[in-house]
Design a binder for this molecule. Structure first.
Ligand SMILES: Cc1ncc(C[n+]2csc(CCOP(=O)(O)OP(=O)(O)O)c2C)c(N)n1
Ligand SMILES: [Mg+2]
Length: 484
């Protein structure tokens, strides 16, 4: 809940000093948005704002003009406590029977989980075991669904794996649980699809549904379970797990090659962090390539959490989110995966970290570029433009603020220095000189994108920029060979 102080009521609409119309300003990013213009309004607004923020999982804003704060408070005539309800929400018995019928009559079933399924880990494992179903998930749901899950086939989407994509496309029946996954090109169109979501207004807007049910995932699966017959044939599951095994082997191949000085492979860095981080670490990941490395190399443990900008896709989120996480969870390890572009936008907040002595570990994937956009341009077959960054020495900037800092140039330093940095008690910044030409291709689009890449390299050659072409080929030799 945000309290947005604003100008005295008398001055509304006069172009007064620092005038903001808070309702207009916050309209698009809030689920409750009001201005209190009398003291009597405030208690009711606060109550409504809290109920909205918690239950609609959004931001509530109350504008508070300066003159109102000078007036005496008025006794609340309404409630002033937050009701954190946890109602049981599940489909009717008739609807559950329809769902069970679909599950029992289709041989190949795949489960796809979103963040809305996070509380239902146990039930999902049980259902998957009964159905011999592979379990795919969205990036947001990875930390909640991946761990202790023998049927998991990874995440789908732009940053995902062919195993999840294939499992979702080759099944006869796909069950979407607590997901509003926005990338419809990754949704199958030929198979039967069932969706379960606590917010019924979300049903059917991403895929053509056979059945759309309103329910909490955990409550629904618990009620459904007795109706579900155990399948004997696990061929479909075995086939999908085989594909996932190959995916994991390919991912391992990238980390076996740690790269060269000043061109350290980011995959390797992420895998070392995965190994060194606490079992209950909170990760925050910047929009950009950091998202890719964390999606692929940070494993869930059941206790870890990962925060990103996700649907907003706004840059520079990792450090501010780490500040919030450290304040909310003292004593828990917080690791921020920052892009150099992202960090540059928020450098001042390094001082916030020092001011409040927040023990966040800032890892800068310093590829001296707006890497994701550079890659997007390359795969679209156009020459990259304005994507190279002239960076300051991030470690020196941190040190000027008395934050301990390290710069890693050589791949051999990655593990020992990160080990040391993570053991430090307070804040620390580690800037790692990563490879600006690291390629991360969304698997399903890989071949398409390779065509764009070929076009790009052709243009580079015509422009006499052979050095660029060689750089890309040498950085990504293994990857290119894999795809081709
Ligand atoms: C505020 C904002 N501006 C621009 C973009 C477009 N964009 C997405 S990723 C990215 C590059 C990020 O660069 P960096 O933080 O260095 O991460 P890298 O991809 O190099 O790892 C850009 C410009 C965005 N998502 N948000
Ligand atoms: Mg960068």
């Amino acid at each position: 809940m945000a309290i947005a102080s604003t100008i005295p009521t008398l001055e509304f609409g006069t172009g007064f000093f620092q005038e903001t119309n808070t309702i207009r300003l916050f309209d698009d990013c809030s689920c409750y948005n009001q201005v209190a213009t009398t003291p009597a309004q405030l208690p009711r607004m606060l109550q409504a704002a809290l109920q909205h923020a918690v239950h609609q999982k959004g931001v509530a804003v109350i504008g508070l003009p300066g003159d109102i704060t000078d007036l005496d408070a008025v006794e609340a005539v309404t409630t002033s406590s937050l009701f954190r309800n946890q109602p049981v929400v599940r489909p009717s018995e008739n609807e559950l029977l329809q769902l069970a019928e679909l599950l029992n009559t289709n041989k190949k079933v795949t489960i796809f989980c979103g963040l809305g399924a996070a509380e239902a880990h146990k039930e999902i494992i049980q259902l998957a075991e009964k159905l011999k179903a592979p379990v795919a998930y969205s990036y947001k749901a990875k930390m909640a669904i991946q761990y202790d899950n023998p049927n998991e086939v990874g995440l789908t989407g732009l940053l995902g794996f062919p195993s999840a994509y294939q499992s979702m496309h080759e099944c006869e029946l796909l069950i979407l649980l607590g997901t509003d996954f926005p990338y419809t090109p990754f949704m199958p169109v030929k198979n039967k699809i069932v969706q379960i979501d606590i917010k019924p207004e979300k049903l059917g807007r991403r895929a053509k549904l056979e059945l759309g049910l309103c329910g909490d995932v955990k409550d629904t699966l618990q009620a459904l379970m007795p109706w579900v017959e155990t399948k004997e044939d696990s061929t479909f599951l075995t086939d999908q797990l085989e594909v996932y095994k190959e995916v994991k082997e390919t991912l391992q191949a990238y980390i076996l090659d740690p790269g060269k000085p000043n061109a350290i492979h980011p995959e390797f860095v992420a895998s070392v962090i995965n190994e060194l981080a606490a079992r209950d670490a909170i990760f925050t990941v910047d929009t950009g390539m950091c998202c890719v490395w964390a999606a692929r190399y940070i494993d869930g443990t059941g206790q870890r959490e990962m925060l990103g900008s996700f649907n907003h896709g706004s840059m520079a989120n990792a450090m501010p989110q780490a500040i919030g996480a450290a304040l909310a969870r003292p004593g828990q390890q917080v690791i921020a995966f920052c892009g150099d572009g992202g960090l540059s936008m928020m450098l001042g907040d390094l001082m916030t970290i020092m001011q409040y002595k927040l023990p966040v570990k800032i890892i800068v994937f310093n590829n001296r570029s707006l890497g994701m956009v550079k890659l997007e341009m390359a795969v679209a077959g156009i020459l990259d433009h304005e994507t190279d960054m002239l960076n300051p020495d991030f470690a020196k900037i941190a040190e000027a603020m008395e934050m301990p800092a390290f710069t890693i140039i050589d791949p051999g330093e990655v593990k020992p220095v990160l080990e040391k940095a993570l053991l430090l008690e307070g804040p620390v910044l580690v800037s790692i000189q990563t490879d600006p030409n690291a390629l991360a291709m969304p698997p399903k689009l890989e071949l398409e994108q390779m065509k764009g890449m070929a076009l790009y390299m052709g243009k580079m050659m015509l422009g006499g920029r052979m050095d660029e072409v060689f750089k890309i080929i040498s950085s990504n030799y293994k990857h290119l060979r894999e795809v081709l």
